[in-house]
Design a protein around this ligand. Structure first.
Ligand code: DO4
Ligand code: MG
Length: 287
């Protein structure tokens, strides 16, 4: 089952079950304890609760008539890095002084984990993602993203874009927070797929398409089978000695990196398609 937050043509914001191109709206007036999508996700049985909350007075709505919103409420957003060989190689090339750190973390038992943002820094589908004005070399990072409840159990999956300034990170790894965390540095959506069934890792593909002036400027693909770590293991490392009373999103690293001569430009469009979740599309802005 996939869940989403949407804005209806009349301006109302609702949570819905998404099935193919049809949405069934949920009615949160039925239970006092449920006010947000996160309340559903953090319940004992998100799929059962969502079915129970279907608004019997609302007709199914077509996906093309609504605006999908970022599926986040008050969760923190974190990210893992250097979890695919492609990212390890790209990082070692971009950082002359820091290359050995990326090499070591790729195979170390402790993963690289970093804070990516707060909900106000997250864009939903169709909203802009930003390239820093002080970056000459920036890329999108298409990442399979875990939705974690306050107990740090994986309750769902979505798509994340970990916008990254490669030149700032490459100059000195200590600049990582500036390369990664700024306004509109992350996009999430369009749906959350509940983690009710085992994941087919080779069958879960991620495809990044960057369009410039109506033409394809870059396209690359990978699958979850290329991820060098187990998803529950990454989540458990984040949970160690930490508390997430409002839950968390955890981006699990990029396996797709455009060639070194590619940088995003103002006006580009980034589309990330992931099997079973949908396509997260965002225009790029740079002041
Ligand atoms: O080490 C820096 C960040 C790595 C990252 O964001 C990734 O591999 O996706
Ligand atoms: Mg990343």
């Amino acid at each position: 089952m996939n869940l989403a937050k949407v804005k209806l043509p009349d301006g109302n914001r609702r949570t819905a079950i998404v099935e193919n191109d049809t949405l069934q709206l949920l009615d949160f007036n039925q239970l006092e304890s449920v006010r947000t999508l996160a309340d559903v996700l953090h319940s004992k049985d998100p799929a059962g609760l969502a079915k129970f909350l279907i608004d019997q007075n609302a007709k199914p709505v077509s996906a093309s008539s609504v605006t999908f919103l970022a599926p986040i409420d008050r969760q923190e957003v974190w990210a893992a890095g250097v979890t695919y060989k492609r990212s390890q190689i790209a990082r070692m090339e971009e950082s002359k002084s820091g290359a050995s750190h990326y090499d070591k973390v790729y195979s170390a038992s402790r993963p690289e984990l970093f804070f990516k943002g707060t909900p106000n820094r997250v864009s939903g589908p169709g909203e802009p993602v930003r390239v820093r004005s002080d970056s000459r070399w920036s890329v999108p990072e298409p990442e399979f993203t875990l939705v974690l409840n306050p107990q740090m159990q994986i309750v769902g999956y979505t798509i994340g874009n970990d916008m990254s300034a490669r030149d700032i990170e490459g100059e000195n790894p200590l600049y990582l927070p500036q390369a990664k965390v700024y306004r509109q540095c992350c996009a999430l959506g369009p749906t959350i797929r509940l983690a009710t069934e085992p994941l087919d890792k080779p069958g879960t593909s991620l495809t990044l398409t960057i369009t410039r002036g109506g033409k394809q400027a870059f396209r690359g693909s990978t699958t979850l089978a290329q991820l060098n770590r187990e998803l529950p293991d990454i989540a458990q490392w984040l949970a160690k000695e930490n508390e997430f009373p409002t839950g968390a999103f955890l981006l699990t690293g990029t396996g797709i990196v455009p060639p070194d001569d590619f940088t995003l430009e103002n006006g580009d469009t980034v589309a990330i398609e992931v099997t079973g979740i949908g396509t997260l599309t965002n225009p790029v802005v740079k002041d």
